[in-house]
Design a protein around this ligand. Structure first.
Ligand code: WT7
Length: 679
């Protein structure tokens, strides 16, 4: 059976085309205090200053040894930044703030239940916890520089502590979003070659205490099936002295962190001075084909890039209280909850639960109580809060000076509510376009220098030179109204170093398409292919239309159509499966699954439920399809390939395009009747 696409279906093809909007400007008060308010910064990052312009970001860090080469391009497209330099990421995020800010809050953790106390972790306390945990990792787990360790942790302060403890030792962490299934986690453990898993017994979400340890057992089993033994599972307890999971601890393998940590009390571990190019962490993300890829991020370039962009784009000052309402399990949380904000020595808020729990006022109560002045979240959250409580923000006395949106295109209507109602017309808004692979922002506005435009992310970020290419590599001119593939013409310090142990896949996926000369050592010949469709207005601002590949962005989470289809095929009854993106008011896009059954089987609710359960098990509940449609056959080309484009057209009540080349054109009307009648 062949589940290839004849013509790739993309989100960009079903994009909603918004008209160009007018500009908004931030208040003079905001401009007066902004980190980047002098337009000379734009000149400092002008194209002819590349790559030296990025030294300005690197200088925000404390280095043990300075670099001798800013950018080494000798092995394209494996760019190396700040070569010869050495530093430690944990030192930069913790130790260097102690002298001036020892007892300032580094992290403020807000548990979901409102009657549980908020936990404040000062820089001194963070230093103590990170050192003790680093000692435990090194001595109890035997981890050393260059080893990988997988975390499957929810939104608790133990997660940044564990990340920073690894960074202190030069151990490469790989956090798997807590909402992913045990099976999905196990696949990532095996791919990264981790023999230690760090998890938690349970966490609070949406009013429930969710058993999380159960996933660790599934993960270890799945890793073993893929040839990777896990010999230690460290389990944090959500409530001290109480085990909140129904699964037994496995003797010899599982251990409660709070049982062993006292042995390391007061221990100090010297930060290991790492080469700038040493990997800091892996972050798995979905791609067009095959399994999720482990994106490898560097120590020096990555940290410089997230620190610089946190300073200039999020306008973080050390005295701010900054809240990024996202999950550390995604790149947003790594870059803009942990590494960027802590490197700048600010206070970063962590919230455990759902933004709408117990009601639509929750976020605004947190903002009021903690005096949050910078707020960062995703369009899907903004849409939800707007729908559930359009008038809630006005009831609370908080004031944001700055707000960020990230992860998917934001509808101008929703943008205006965010600006006027959430931001009370006072906050500067930045829409930041970027990806797991890119480490930090690629397209955005400098809040005090470039006006906001709803629905557009803005121009390229400082030192980033995007371009839109058509399928043949021709440049699509700004203002032409034509869409194309957005690419970045130059390397930048935050770009990932590779896909863990798959260098060819890295080159093929991101650099092959528009490479002008594969023997060239000149970075100009190696544009980065982002996989997004975009249009550029005359003013240089980009509007991102969505993925052009087989990736579906559901509420800001990336899902591969192949992963979804493979999960369906684990159900005995299923012969063929196709996943398509469908436009959704709240979540941007949702997934609908189309499946056909093996001969002789009858459709029914049980099969639909089995398909949903298989997706829960293989990927996680976040990937659950909105509908499972059982169809008698799939539209196919004469060579037997399923045409997802046609199916997506039907699901979106849109044009299905030319069906004359189908082997079974009559099926199109059959499916249309079946599906559109039911919707
Ligand atoms: C994809 C990357 C970036 C961190 C969170 C998602 C889409 C991201 C925007 C934006 C329109 C956006 C793109 C991109 N995307 N930000 N501001 N406007 N689309 O990271 O999971 O790697 O997903 O999210 O399609 O390729 P990710």
């Amino acid at each position: 059976m062949n589940i290839e696409n004849e013509i790739p279906l993309s989100e960009a093809q079903i994009a909603v085309h918004w008209r160009e909007e007018g500009y908004f400007s931030p208040s003079p008060k905001f401009i007066g205090q902004a980190n980047a308010s002098d337009p000379s910064i734009l000149e400092r990052f002008a194209e002819d200053r590349f790559p030296e312009c990025f030294v300005e970001y690197a200088e925000l860090l404390s280095w043990d040894t300075y670099w001798n080469t800013v950018l080494d391009t000798s092995d394209p497209p494996f760019w190396k930044w700040f070569v010869g330099g050495r530093l430690n990421a944990c030192y930069n995020c913790v130790d260097r703030h102690l002298q001036a800010d020892r007892n300032k809050a580094a992290l403020i953790w807000v548990p979901e239940p409102e009657d549980e106390p908020t936990r404040v972790v000062t820089y001194q306390e963070l230093y103590r916890q990170v050192n003790e945990f680093a000692a435990l990792l090194r001595e109890y787990c035997g981890l050393k520089t260059g080893d990988r360790v997988t975390f499957h942790l929810p939104m608790v302060p133990e997660l940044p502590v564990a990340m920073l403890a690894c960074a202190r030792l030069g151990v490469i962490h790989s956090e798997v979003f807590g909402g992913f299934s045990g099976t999905a986690c196990g696949g990532r453990i095996a791919d990264s070659g981790s023999r230690v898993l760090i998890t938690m017994d349970a966490y609070q979400r949406g009013g429930q205490l969710i058993d999380h340890k159960v996933k660790a057992d599934e993960a270890v089993a799945e890793a073993a099936r893929n040839g990777q033994e896990v010999d230690k599972v460290l389990v944090f307890r959500r409530y001290p002295d109480k085990y909140s999971s129904d699964t037994p601890m496995v003797s010899g393998r599982d251990v409660f962190v709070d049982d062993v940590l006292p042995e390391y009390r007061g221990r100090v571990v010297e930060p290991v001075s790492m080469p700038a190019e040493a990997p800091l962490f892996l972050m798995y993300t979905s791609g067009t084909t095959g399994r999720p890829k482990g994106c490898e991020h560097s120590t020096g370039g990555y940290l410089a890039y997230v620190t610089g962009t946190s300073k200039y784009y999020q306008d973080i000052h050390p005295e701010d209280t900054y809240w990024c309402c996202a999950d550390i399990g995604w790149i947003t949380g790594h870059s803009y909850i942990v590494y960027g904000p802590l490197s700048l020595g600010t206070t970063s808020v962590l919230y455990e639960g759902a933004p709408t729990y117990p009601d639509a006022g929750r976020c605004w109560r947190i903002a009021e109580r903690l005096h949050v002045d910078i707020f960062h979240t995703a369009p899907t959250t903004i849409r939800m809060l707007r729908k559930l409580g359009p008038d809630e923000p006005a009831k609370y006395d908080y004031h944001f000076k700055h707000m960020t949106t990230v992860g998917e295109p934001i509808e101008p209507e929703v943008w205006r509510w965010y600006h006027q109602v959430v931001g009370k017309g006072e906050a500067a808004v930045v829409d930041t376009w970027w990806q797991t692979e890119t480490g930090g922002f690629l397209g955005s506005t400098l809040p005090a220098l470039q006006p906001m435009k709803p629905g557009s992310c803005g121009p390229g970020a400082l030192g980033i030179y995007p371009v839109i290419y058509d399928e043949d590599g021709g440049t699509v001119e700004p203002g032409s109204g034509r869409a194309g593939n957005i690419c970045i013409r130059n390397p930048w310090p935050g770009v990932f170093q590779g896909i863990w142990h798959q260098p060819e896949r890295f080159v093929d996926t991101y650099y092959r398409k528009y490479c002008r000369d594969k023997d060239s050592k000149d970075w100009h010949d190696w544009p980065y292919f982002a996989g997004d469709g975009a249009v550029q207005a005359e003013d240089g601002y980009f509007r991102i239309l969505g993925r052009v590949d087989d990736v579906i962005n559901v509420a800001g989470h990336r899902l591969g159509t192949k992963e979804l289809e493979s999960a369906c095929l684990t159900v005995d009854e299923i012969a063929e499966a196709a996943a398509v993106p469908v436009v959704d008011e709240d979540r941007g896009r949702v997934v609908e699954m189309y499946v056909s059954l093996k001969p002789g089987l009858r459709p029914g609710k049980e099969v639909e439920d089995k398909v949903s359960a298989a997706i829960d098990r293989e990927i996680g509940k976040i990937a659950r399809p909105r509908h499972v449609w059982i169809v008698s056959d799939m539209p196919k080309t004469r060579s037997g390939k399923i045409m997802r484009r046609v199916i997506a057209g039907i699901s979106n009540f849109a044009d299905v395009g030319d069906v004359s080349t189908l082997a079974n054109p009559e099926i199109v009307d059959d499916i249309r009747h079946h599906v559109q009648r039911a919707k």
